[in-house]
Design a protein around this ligand. Structure first.
Ligand SMILES: Cc1cc2nc3c(=O)[nH]c(=O)nc-3n(C[C@H](O)[C@H](O)[C@H](O)COP(=O)(O)OP(=O)(O)OC[C@H]3O[C@@H](n4cnc5c(N)ncnc54)[C@H](O)[C@@H]3O)c2cc1C
Length: 372
């Protein structure tokens, strides 16, 4: 248990991926950093466990190394519905599927190496302008970072809760012992649910089921509405326990106040189907460290808004596809006939397209759609 005030430049509340990334980025700027988390590592959580090439790049920049034999590389994204399959490679590099707990361990290793002070099983019970309240007393801090996840109490404590909620969906995650079918992260589209399948080793996949309602989001029920996936999983061994979560598209009016800044899911987020949560959190960590080094969090606010813009658009598009079965069927058939157009959308998703490319791809998709 933490006793007495040893003080720190930066106190990070929450030691998930966002909090650890923030801690590492702040240490790289020379700050002394303490992280407290109420749980003990390695911390598991419902997650699709897929990292896009850009997420991997951000992780590398943080200095976090993954074991060479860890996870499973995937080369792009594939949509599957009613016998139609359309796939495209990422324009550059590859993604990786990796167990959430292993990612957590690797991030902890780098944080420790950098000299971050890590306090596990240490819930934070409140904040004051001068520091953070633990059961063992107040720790004074120049900067306080709320990286305490989507249900953030720091957000409430600091009066930053005013938010725009675009959508909220139910999610469940399972692991199955089965050989990956493809080298792609697959998204299966059903009438009221989607499932995305991330290969995480030669013999295991992580599956997340997403739906607007708890009823349709029930894993077994959703699987029943996705026959291609159901057949594939018939008889496969279920590993570990199922985990549920709520995934939301939400943005905050403001992500900082005084010396408190929010980061990761605590600061808003995009629907899980985008597979972008980790990349956004890692990039926010760099932006926040930079802003703290300049002593001005306004720049963080600007960078934060910029980082979520594209994933928000993609998230809205995916939600729209999920809700409009007829249009989705047409769109998938059209993309099946024009795989290079799908590749352009994957490039946009990966952040490898210029605004002109986006407009051109949108116009061409509209034209092909009308012509279909
Ligand atoms: C179903 C699902 C699938 C997803 N799939 C993907 C994917 O494939 N790829 C991707 O990039 N992103 C994905 N995401 C998004 C990604 O998981 C999140 O963006 C990411 O976990 C955010 O990390 P975080 O550190 O902000 O929050 P969390 O991981 O929730 O961590 C918050 C931490 O704060 C701690 N905490 C809370 N309160 C306190 C307190 N008072 N004191 C101390 N500690 C506290 C908690 O114990 C926890 O460890 C998915 C999300 C969901 C829900």
């Amino acid at each position: 248990m933490y006793t007495g005030d040893q003080g720190t430049d930066v106190f990070v509340i929450g030691g998930g991926p966002a909090g650890l990334a923030a801690a590492i980025a702040a240490r790289r700027k020379g700050f002394s950093v303490t992280v407290a988390d109420g749980a003990a590592p390695p911390i598991d959580k419902a997650c699709g466990e897929g990292m896009m090439p850009e997420t991997r790049a951000a992780l590398r920049e943080l200095g976090v190394a993954l074991p060479a034999d860890a996870g499973y590389r995937f080369r792009g994204i594939q949509f599957v519905q009613d016998g139609v399959q359309v796939a495209a490679d990422f324009p550059e590099g590859w993604g990786i599927g990796i167990r959430r707990t292993l990612l957590h361990e690797c991030m902890i290793e780098e944080a420790e190496k950098r000299g971050v002070k890590l306090l596990w099983k240490t819930p934070v019970t409140g904040i004051a302008s001068g520091g953070v309240q633990l059961s063992g007393g107040l720790v004074s801090a120049r900067w306080i970072i709320g990286a305490d996840g989507s249900g953030s109490r720091v957000r409430r404590w600091s009066g930053l809760s005013a938010r725009v909620l675009n959508s909220q969906r139910m999610a469940s995650r399972r692991h199955y012992r089965v050989r990956p079918r493809t080298e792609y992260m697959e998204i299966y589209w059903g009438p009221s649910a989607q499932a995305y399948v991330t290969p995480i080793s030669n013999e295991e996949v992580c599956i997340v089921v997403l739906s607007e309602t708890a009823e349709h989001g029930d894993f077994e029920r959703a699987l029943g509405s996705l026959p291609e996936l159901e057949v594939r999983l018939a008889g496969a061994e279920l590993r570990g326990r199922e985990r549920g979560a709520i995934t939301a598209m939400q943005s905050l009016a403001k992500v900082w106040r005084g010396n408190v800044a929010l980061l990761g899911d605590a600061s808003g987020g995009v629907d899980a189907i985008t597979g972008e949560g980790l990349r956004i959190a890692f990039r926010q960590a760099f932006a926040l460290a930079e802003a703290m080094a300049c002593g001005d969090l306004r720049e963080y606010e600007r960078a934060h808004r910029e980082l979520t813009r594209r994933p928000m658009c993609m998230g809205k598009l995916m939600l729209w596809l999920g809700r409009n079965a007829g249009m989705r069927g047409r769109a998938l058939r059209m993309l099946g006939r024009n795989p290079e157009l799908f590749a352009r959308f994957v490039a946009i998703h990966a952040g490898k397209a210029t605004p002109v490319d986006v407009v051109r791809a949108g116009a061409e998709a509209g034209w092909q759609f009308l012509a279909a």
